[in-house]
Design a protein around this ligand. Structure first.
Ligand code: AMP
Length: 251
């Protein structure tokens, strides 16, 4: 079985986000970028499945400008066998990503498609659900445990829901999106970083895949959230009720 993993290049989680002076978006020039943390978890899970003998190949795919290849190289250094880069001039909205992924799935025919549950730049949490709908495949989102049964061609997925854990049995092929507790992603070792330089990366344009990239969204302005005012410590519940009633007017 082949596993396809979607990995996105995002501003590193440790970077303090800065808004561009013209308020058109977030500053990404001269900013440390890395693989979206949930995508690292997705790739780690695919590599673990391959190492347990249940998959033969792990293919990492990314969509975006040419520097997204760095993220693919990181994925190849972690252990992916090959990469696919779909070059797009700007960031794609989840529906466009899902449409491109659908075409890649038709070309590659994977038995399992693993994504992060969300990208930490836009926090959309949409792409996994959209690609599952476009393909008509079963989906296990927010996975905290994945067990594959090769004989029965089934994936058992524990998923984190509001009330606790839910367990789903998915017929393969299926889409899985990863939550934080699924695994601890590995670091790429220096020899593997060197090896990754010679692993193949196939390039496509959206036109070659026959996907029209468009967005129904227009960014009007990006601004910082308002600064929080200092809190006050109240001496009694009566005082709290008084403030909620007469100052905040919420009760
Ligand atoms: P989102 O729906 O934007 O929060 O993203 C959820 C997941 O979709 C990410 O963790 C990735 O696995 C995948 N994804 C989103 N955008 C891209 C992209 N441009 N390239 C590759 N994978 C992506």
């Amino acid at each position: 079985m082949k596993i396809m993993v979607a990995v996105k290049r995002v501003v590193d989680y440790a970077v303090k986000i800065r808004i561009k002076p013209d308020k058109s978006g977030v500053e990404t020039q001269n900013v440390n970028m890395s693989m979206n943390p949930f995508c690292e978890i997705a790739l780690e899970e695919a590599l673990k499945i391959k190492e347990s003998g249940l998959a033969k190949e792990v293919v990492a795919v990314t969509m975006g400008p040419s520097n997204c290849v760095d993220t693919l190289r990181t994925g190849l250094a972690m252990g992916a066998d090959r990469g696919i880069h779909v070059e797009a001039a700007r960031d794609l909205v989840p529906l466009s990503v899902a449409k491109v992924l659908k075409k890649l799935v038709e070309v590659e025919n994977p038995g399992l498609l693993i994504l992060g549950k969300q990208a930490i730049d836009d926090d959309c949490n949409q792409t996994g659900q959209m690609i599952a709908a476009l393909l008509g495949w079963p989906q296990g989102t927010f996975a905290s445990k994945v067990v594959l049964d090769k004989e029965k061609q089934v994936a058992t997925v524990d998923r984190e829901v509001d009330g606790g854990l839910e367990t789903l049995c998915l017929d393969l092929p299926a889409v899985i999106t990863t939550d934080l507790r699924l695994n601890q992603p590995r670091y790429a070792t220096l020899p593997n970083i060197m090896k990754a330089k010679s692993k193949p990366i196939k390039r496509y344009t959206p036109e070659e895949l026959n996907v029209e990239i468009k967005s129904g969204l227009e960014v009007v302005q990006v601004t910082e959230p308002p600064k929080r005012k200092a809190g006050v410590i109240l001496s009694s519940v009566d005082e709290l009720i008084d403030k909620l009633k007469n100052e905040a007017h919420v009760i």
